[in-house]
Design a protein around this ligand. Structure first.
Ligand SMILES: [Zn+2]
Length: 125
């Protein structure tokens, strides 16, 4: 019966998923709030390059910086097991980005629920 038990995700897969969720939710936010801004795909550098496929979104400059900051922080998260960021005893985001990411998350979840995008909500849970 061992085959019925899902293998625990590897650390790399968890990082990949978290970065994708961050990028997707920020894209939802950016599309709605920064409609008039010029957007492009983020150009990850350094260690974030390995996660380029999770960053297949169009973002304005400000949102791009947030996502790349979040990706670096996620890659370096020393917590094991990692708590949800909002419950973490050590907030590692730069305070400016921390406030921004909270607003992005709040808005994006609400926005998807309001629009009945339960498919996206479930995908991210
Ligand atoms: Zn934006």
């Amino acid at each position: 019966m061992a085959f019925l038990i899902a293998k625990p995700k590897t650390e790399a897969e968890k990082i990949r998923k978290d970065i994708r969720v961050l990028a997707d939710l920020t894209a939802v936010y950016c599309r709605a709030k920064h409609r008039d801004r010029e957007k492009s795909g983020p150009h990850p550098r350094g260690e974030v390059t390995a996660y380029a496929s999770e960053l297949n979104v169009q973002l304005c400059r400000e949102c791009t910086k947030l996502v790349l900051h979040g990706a670096v922080k996620r890659i370096h998260c020393p917590m094991d097991p990692k708590p949800e960021c909002k419950y973490c005893p050590e907030h590692c985001y730069n305070p400016r980005y921390r406030e921004q990411v909270r607003e992005v998350m709040r808005f994006a979840w609400r926005h998807m629920l309001k629009r009945g995008r339960f498919d996206l909500v479930i995908k991210h849970m």
